[in-house]
Design a protein around this ligand. Structure first.
Ligand code: PEP
Ligand code: MG
Length: 324
């Protein structure tokens, strides 16, 4: 089956009724299969900048970061690369910047850390901007946003970075900026967020954890952690509708996008692109190439009538088997 799927990898990610779904990849360290991947994807939907930071012994300096980011941007150019600012805290600690808290996932995490340490964020933004000189594929994404003021503050720092570089004789363009929708509070602030940013990216891994109040890494409650929970699906339907109404692109970069059934549902909801770990591309592409948009929408309608996660899984399994 893998060989069969592999065979399809150079074919478009398009349904039999002609609906195209851009597939993107999540990256961390530079992928050495870039050349092969590039022809098969629409870009990098999530570059987790904390990953290279995890293997250094201190915060990489501006020069070092500029090199890292340039490498990503150049490797995938002209395709878009969505670079997320540092998302540490929660389960991702840097050895040289330990954070000890009773509830790390509800604590000092992502933007909360970098807004408290603007010097860290400024270096990162300056490096991203410098790296994008002469290219126009940089998109910047802010993680763990809860309040609109956090976006305003991050945008102020972005303006400042652009100004500083200008004063140093380095002219850079303002990149497109987006926020992660991963804290439930943001579901209800889409209008206010849309006034400030260019795009949305749903982090279903964290949105699942926070909406269901289930630690994403705790094996004891792993049975309860389910991105296909009816509550999650309801939120995702609303998010896609809101983004459309607000005329802003919305993508999803959590594990759900890499699950074939999940990808079909997201397509039916109207998500504009799906970003996943590269190994999931073949099966997601295969699912999209086999199921029409009309059928996927029908499936979504059926799924939205169900009451429990178990019913959702049973129904999806039955349909997916029939489509194989
Ligand atoms: C997510 O939360 O879904 C996400 C993509 O980000 P991370 O897994 O890095 O928290
Ligand atoms: Mg997240």
């Amino acid at each position: 089956l893998t060989a069969l799927l592999e065979h399809e990898q150079d074919l478009p990610s398009q349904t039999p009724d002609g609906y195209k779904v851009p597939l993107m990849v999540n990256t961390g360290l530079t992928v050495d299969v870039v050349a092969l991947l590039k022809s098969r994807i629409s870009g990098v939907g999530l570059y987790r900048t904390e990953v290279p930071f995890m293997i250094t012994e201190r915060f990489p300096g501006e020069k070092e970061q500029t090199r890292l980011y340039r490498d990503q941007l150049e490797s995938f150019s002209p395709l878009p690369v969505v670079m997320r600012t540092l998302d540490i805290g929660g389960d991702k600690d840097l050895p040289y910047f330990p954070i000890e808290e009773a509830n790390p996932f509800l604590g000092w995490r992502g933007m909360r850390v970098t807004l408290d340490h603007p010097e860290v964020l400024m270096v990162q933004l300056r490096a991203m901007l410098k790296a994008s000189q002469g290219l126009d594929n940089l998109y910047v994404l802010f993680p763990m946003i809860t309040n609109v003021e956090e976006v305003d503050e991050a945008l102020r720092l972005m303006e400042r970075a652009i100004e500083e570089l200008g004063e140093e004789g380095i002219a850079v363009e303002r990149p497109k900026v987006g926020v992660m929708i991963e804290v439930p509070a943001t579901i209800y602030q889409m209008d206010a967020l849309a006034k400030r940013v260019d795009f949305f990216s749903v982090g279903s891994n964290d949105l699942t954890q926070y909406l269901l109040a289930v630690d994403r890494n705790n094996p004891r409650v792993a049975d309860l952690y389910d991105a296909l929970h009816p509550a999650l699906l309801g939120a995702l339907v609303e998010l896609a509708q809101d983004a459309k109404r607000l005329d802003k692109p919305i993508s999803l970069c959590g594990e759900l996008a890499g699950d074939p059934a999940g990808a079909l549902l997201l397509m039916a909801m109207g998500f504009n692109s799906l970003s996943m770990n590269a190994p999931n591309l073949p099966k997601v592409r295969a699912a999209i190439r086999r199921v029409t948009l009309v059928d996927a929408k029908q499936l979504l309608d059926e799924i939205m009538q169900l009451d429990t996660p178990a019913q959702v899984h049973a129904h999806l399994d039955a349909r997916m088997d029939a489509w194989e």
